[in-house]
Design a protein around this ligand. Structure first.
Ligand SMILES: *Cc1c(COP(=O)(O)O)cnc(C)c1O
Length: 371
């Protein structure tokens, strides 16, 4: 078949889609730059890895064999989450990562031409999945120093929209709306819109007195909403792909079940997540490590003259004095992988995931060393 024919067969929304940037591959960096050790600070992973309890749960799965399909409903995990969050299990959905739930939300709810409002800078998939459905995206810019521009939100929310998508704390910035700001945005949002709050970094933020637990704020609302959380970040299960949504209505979740593949969360992921949920000690250790390093590395960067956004997550968004792509190349030569931001207005920013102290020090050293 001619490639032009193939091109015509592709949905126009897909042909124009940006490609998700997963960051550099450590093995490729080793080969290309001839470095023997690479530290990957580009994907916001937990440097302590997964809970030992989750590892034991996986070993048990292996002992029983993996020849059968997993529970398509993930009942045990849904029940545990239902109990923890005081919601009916029918209001909870599991996903192959919370990314999968973002995708299901777009597939189930967005028609071509529907409007989606989100913030800028924004997580790549918050843009890609709506675009995949042919939705139009409005991005609200931050106030100076990454504050919340409430007037900007109110203006964006005046016109009809289908979906409001907020990452809280924000990826890539790490800042979060405070209770009043979140409340004001929810109030400004038309009641016939679906509110999606992506709390992928919730566990790192929740102890901050200004951080509003979206579930607590939204519970009071009659409108449709869903809060997304994940086991990939603070729980350290990124490789297994398991996230969940906590929703206002069982019918909201039911629409997502119709569009998902029946066995989207595998057996290992279900078992490990259930065990991880029970390992508060590992979670606490992970969060304590990151929050301590967050303060230490932010201070060191500010002392060195860099602008760093105040982060409630496990990463820092740092303004450099040149194009971020140049800085990223320079760091790669030292075996350090960070992410260059690609959105206009933010092309001098890099995002760095907080890791073990020695790795963070290697990053600081590589960044601040002269060329
Ligand atoms: C990492 C991240 C996710 C994806 O998490 P998975 O559960 O691994 O799919 C979702 N949203 C945001 C904002 C993230 O940064």
């Amino acid at each position: 078949m001619h490639s032009e024919t193939l091109q015509r067969l592709i949905r126009p929304q897909v042909a124009g889609l940006p490609v998700y940037d997963p960051g550099a591959d450590p093995a490729a960096v080793m080969r290309q730059y001839g470095v023997s050790r690479v530290i990957k600070l580009s994907n916001n992973e937990n440097p302590l890895g997964m809970s030992p309890k989750a590892a034991r749960a996986i070993e048990q799965c292996l002992a029983h064999g993996l020849g059968r399909y997993p529970d398509p409903a993930g009942k045990a995990l849904c029940l545990a989450l239902a109990e923890r969050h005081d919601l009916p299990p029918e209001n909870i959905i599991l996903g192959n990562g919370s990314e999968n739930i973002l995708e299901l939300l777009c597939q189930a709810y967005l028609n071509p031409g529907d409007r989606v409002v989100t913030q800028t800078p924004c997580f790549g998939l918050h843009e890609i999945f709506p675009a995949m459905m042919g939705a139009r995206l409005t991005k609200v810019a931050p106030a100076p120093a990454f504050g919340c521009d409430l007037d900007g939100w109110r203006t964006a929310l005046q016109e009809p929209l289908k979906l409001l998508l907020i990452s809280q704390p924000s990826n890539p910035v790490g800042t979060a709306l405070n209770r009043d700001e979140l409340h004001a945005i929810v109030q400004a949002c038309p009641a016939d819109c679906l509110l999606v709050i992506d709390e992928a970094y919730y566990e790192y933020a929740v102890s901050d007195p200004d951080y509003p637990d979206a579930l607590q704020v939204l519970r009071q609302q009659q409108r449709p909403w869903i809060v997304l959380r994940t086991f990939s970040k603070a729980h350290g299960l990124a490789s297994l792909r398991v996230g969940y949504g906590l929703a206002s209505h069982a019918s909201l979740v039911e629409a997502l079940h119709r569009v998902r593949t029946p066995y989207n969360v595998n057996q290992l992921a279900q078992a490990a997540a259930l065990a991880a949920l029970d390992d508060s000690e590992h979670l606490q250790r992970s969060v304590t490590l990151v929050t301590g390093e967050r303060d230490r590395v932010s201070s060191a960067l500010r002392t060195a003259g860099y602008q760093v956004a105040s982060s409630l997550a496990n990463f820092l968004f740092i303004e450099t004095d040149t194009a971020a792509s140049v800085t990223v190349q320079r760091l790669l030569r030292s075996g350090v992988i960070v992410k260059a931001w690609r959105e206009p207005q933010f092309l001098r920013f890099i995002r760095m995931s907080l890791a073990l102290p020695a790795d963070n020090d290697q990053f600081l050293h590589a960044l601040t060393a002269a060329d």
